[in-house]
Design a binder for this molecule. Structure first.
Ligand SMILES: [Zn+2]
Length: 272
């Protein structure tokens, strides 16, 4: 296969701690959640990439704020491209409304994705999964917006703990080597909280060192993997004894389900 078709996923930093993910080959690109058009256009121009589409996970301004300017810029370049987003949310520039199980396919860059509905952070939030089997055997990729973060999860602005618990369960069902492309660099503060929940988690202690080194060298801590999150992320471990016990101790009563544990851990993090 010629190198032109090799797929890369590149983080374009935006605002103070957002990443706009750029799914690209050597000539074309798809952007995920361009909250700001400026750094995205700068990257596309610098790399001489042809923008072929945009994927949106949810309607918050730091994820869709760049759409208007990207559409205008595209028109000035003679480009028109689809803008995919959740059907249940109000996104004026969206051209294709997506529901659970819908598929999105691009020829350039060559990628096939399917849609998961993952309510919690917002009610209409969706995620995109590029399954290994549909993408030439490359490791699966998850574009999860603000639902899952490295060692953390999104705030429950609209959904319930039970909805978030079901959404994270969909992620836990993905292969362990699935790459997780979340949209914020919140990792170090998430690790601080995770260590308060699970001070004896050795994987977490090791990860804390690695993540601090990465940030010290100005490197992103993402993508991580689903298997990694299963080991170090309290929100992906609500069925694991150390997290259950920590949550029970925090609230002083017995908890019976993962959703109940998640409710306690999320509220604890909100105050942390
Ligand atoms: Zn958000």
């Amino acid at each position: 296969m010629a190198s032109t078709s090799t797929l890369h996923v590149w983080p374009i930093p935006a605002f103070t701690d957002n990443y706009i993910w750029c799914i690209r080959d050597s000539q074309s690109a798809v952007l995920v959640d361009p909250g700001d058009a400026k750094p995205a256009i700068q990257y596309l121009q610098q790399e001489r990439l042809h923008l072929t589409g945009i994927l949106i996970t949810h309607y918050h301004a730091d994820h869709i704020g760049g759409l208007k300017d990207l559409v205008a810029w595209g028109q000035s370049q003679g480009l028109s491209f689809p803008i995919y987003g959740p059907a249940a949310e109000d996104i004026p520039e969206r051209t294709h409304a997506l529901l659970e199980g819908d598929q999105v396919e691009f020829a350039q860059p060559a990628i096939h994705l399917r849609v998961l509905e993952v309510p919690g952070h917002t009610l209409g939030h969706i995620a995109y999964v590029a399954d290994s089997a549909h993408n030439s055997g490359q490791p699966s990729k998850l574009f999860c917006g603000d639902t899952l973060f490295a060692s953390g999860c999104g705030r429950l602005f609209e959904g319930t703990p039970s909805q978030m618990s079901s959404s994270l369960a969909k992620f836990l069902a993905l292969p362990a080597d699935t790459l997780v492309y979340c949209t914020h660099e919140y990792t170090l503060s998430n690790i601080r909280f995770a260590m308060a929940v699970e001070p004896s988690n050795q994987d977490l202690q090791q990860w804390s060192k690695t993540a601090h080194d990465l940030r010290q060298n100005n490197q992103p801590t993402v993508p991580t993997t689903i298997g990694h999150e299963r080991r170090v992320n309290p929100f992906m471990r609500c069925d694991q004894e150390p997290v259950m016990i920590a949550a029970e101790n925090a609230i002083g009563k017995k908890l019976n389900t993962s959703a109940e544990v998640l409710a306690v851990v999320r509220a604890w993090k909100d105050r942390f």
